[in-house]
Ligand binder design. Structure first.
Ligand code: GDP
Ligand code: IMO
Ligand code: MG
Length: 431
């Protein structure tokens, strides 16, 4: 048995989609275990670009099974659109190669409305997170408070309606009473539910035996993380986080695989740092260098199109994430984007009022008191996108990678030098 977990180590958008697509070549199953369509995973294969939000990033490979596990929250309309777009582009998607857990919770229209209402500026209102507006937080809240609806509820529309009516008792009070918005009517929503049941029904199953049997038979299972470790609900920069477990442990809880099944933990690290939405960002660059990274790396959200905030690589963030998930290796992406910068910097630690910090402080507010301390490196000017092995990289690019390895203490498993599947330097065996 050889299994691999792919996780983001920063604040998301590290290039997980690209790496999952690449590693799927050697996998039999690809399992998404948390998050929802707040994720935007971009794959580029032979110049063709695919943006995936819910469908696992292994879907382009024929003969592999993609699984959406219980820990994911599913917006059925988004999933159906994604399936149909993929099919239009000649990608085969059917109930044999895409399995949806009946236990996965459904993102309903009122979750999206509540997400937006909470983010709107409001006297005495909640701190603004800069969410993706996809209803993720409210859907996970309902799951935790045990009033969520699950995909398997679509198998019995009477049950679905009953649960919906009971959820709406509370939701409509919030919508009308607190936010002055239109209430929802269960009856009107049932037309949609009927359509979802018809179109998604064939894909919905119990994914527990699917994953369990794969593991027991020694098939190669690839677990695809969404978001990044610093967006983890428990361990990230709370409250500026998402509502699921993005660190390594989430791969077990969200998928139903046992922790000991997880295998090799691979942490995705962008060669610099980006963040979308609000929240502290100690190495953020608000100057021309930040703009150069945004332009060079095309740092605009796959899901919302928002410009991503950019900054230097923060080894404190990566070190903390590596410890949380027990990372075996790092997959470094977007090294090519650093080309042309005269000087490169890596934050090695923080100084918090004279105290040296190697890991993120537990209180997010304290990050504002932290000053990043850097080590500087000379930049490189060469085009590295065609490079296939480390020896082909300019000396300064290698020096930067060696420093990244040494400062974080985690070995490198691969280096990505361009968006395409082929633009990758593989340094270790994954399966
Ligand atoms: P994910 O959410 O972690 O899957 O990452 P996203 O897909 O949101 O963002 C990563 C972006 O960088 C995508 O547009 C990828 O196509 C692109 N990308 C991935 N690896 C590389 C790389 O090595 N170099 C460049 N230039 N782009 C890359
Ligand atoms: P991928 O999988 C980057 C961020 C949002 C916001 C916070 C909470 O593509 O890496 P949410 O809508 O989840 O309640 O928003 O989390 N966020 C992401 N940032 N990449 C993502 O996913 C993200 N998913 C959520 O911008 O700050
Ligand atoms: Mg993304």
């Amino acid at each position: 048995m050889a299994n691999v977990v792919v996780l983001g180590t920063q604040w998301g958008d590290e290039g997980k989609g690209k790496v999952v697509d690449l590693l799927t070549e050697s996998a039999d199953f690809v399992v998404r275990f948390q998050g929802g369509n707040n994720a935007g995973h971009t794959l580029v294969v032979l110049g063709e670009t695919y943006a995936l939000h819910l469908v696992p990033s292994g879907i382009l490979h024929p003969g592999k099974v993609s699984v959406i596990a219980p820990g994911v929250v599913v917006d059925p309309d988004v999933l159906l659109t994604e399936i149909s777009e993929l099919r239009k582009r000649g990608v085969r998607v059917g109930p044999d190669n895409l399995r949806l857990s009946g236990k996965a919770h459904v993102i309903l229209p009122y979750h999206k409305i509540l997400d937006a209402a909470r983010e709107a500026p409001r006297e005495g209102g909640r701190v603004r997170i800069g969410t993706t507006g996809r209803g993720i937080g409210p859907a996970y809240e309902d799951k935790a408070s045990r009033q969520g609806l699950r995909l398997q509820d679509l198998f019995d529309l009477k049950v679905f309606r009953h649960k919906l009516e009971s959820a709406l008792l509370e939701k409509n009070c919030l919508l009308k009473g607190l936010y002055g918005l239109e209430p929802f009517d269960a009856g009107t929503m049932m037309a949609k539910a009927t359509e979802w049941a018809e179109n998604l029904g064939p894909y919905i199953c119990d994914t527990f035996p699917v994953i369990r049997e794969a593991l027991d038979q020694g098939r190669n299972v690839l677990f695809e993380g969404a978001q990044g470790t610093q967006l983890d609900l428990d361990h990230g920069t709370y409250p500026y986080v998402t509502s699921s477990s993005t660190a390594g442990g989430g791969a077990a809880t969200g998928s139903g695989a046992a922790p000991r099944d997880l295998g090799r933990m691979v942490g995705l690290v962008k060669a610099y740092t980006t963040r979308v939405g609000e929240g502290p960002f100690p190495t953020e660059l608000t100057d021309r260098t930040g703009e150069l990274l945004r332009e060079g790396g095309r740092e605009f959200g796959t899901t919302t199109g928002r410009p991503r905030r950019c900054g230097w690589l923060d080894a404190v963030v990566v070190r903390t994430s590596a410890a949380l998930s027990g990372l075996d290796c790092l997959a470094v992406t977007k090294l090519d984007v650093l080309r042309g910068l005269p000087e490169l910097r890596i934050a090695t630690h923080y100084d918090m009022r004279g105290e040296r910090l190697e890991y993120l402080p537990p209180e997010t507010r304290d990050l504002a008191l932290c000053e990043a301390r850097y080590e500087n490196f000379p930049g490189f000017d060469e085009d590295i996108r065609g490079v296939k092995d480390l020896s082909g990289l300019p000396a300064n690019a290698r020096r930067y990678l060696d420093a990244l390895r040494d400062i974080t203490g985690v070995p490198l498993g691969l280096v990505s030098v361009g968006p395409d599947r082929d633009e990758t330097i593989i340094l270790s065996e994954f399966f």
